[in-house]
Design a protein around this ligand. Structure first.
Ligand code: ZN
Length: 116
């Protein structure tokens, strides 16, 4: 009687163990070294991106966006959504209405406007 109970008990336990084994087997293997390497790469990438953004901001703030004749160096164009956007070839900056200096920069005459 007692041995039969033990047998039933061990069968239930075996089922649980099997379920856990299957769960563990289904989980993808995570190599802690690889994870650490990925984290380091992510950190380096973020730092690189931050540096790139800082360089771009510095480039933009050091650029007058003007040609030698004082006309605007920004190439303005109206897009299909009727919003006028610009690009400065000297500092590689895009200008759209969200740019803080957009209105002021739009007031600077372009070479095309001067030649007219
Ligand atoms: Zn510029």
């Amino acid at each position: 009687m007692a041995s039969e109970k033990e047998k039933v008990g061990s069968e239930v336990d075996f089922g649980d163990v099997l379920t856990k084994v299957v769960e563990i087997a289904k989980k993808p293997y995570v190599d802690p070294e690889q994870e650490a390497l990925k984290a380091t790469k992510r950190l380096k990438m973020r730092e690189k991106q931050k540096k790139k953004e800082e360089n771009q901001k510095a480039k933009e703030s050091n650029c007058a966006h003007l040609r030698q004749d004082g006309s605007s160096g920004i190439a303005w164009m109206q897009n299909s959504d009727f919003i006028v956007r610009g690009f400065c070839p000297y500092c590689q900056t895009d200008f759209d209405p969200t740019h803080p200096q957009y209105s002021a920069l739009r007031m600077i005459p372009t070479r095309a406007a001067i030649l007219r």
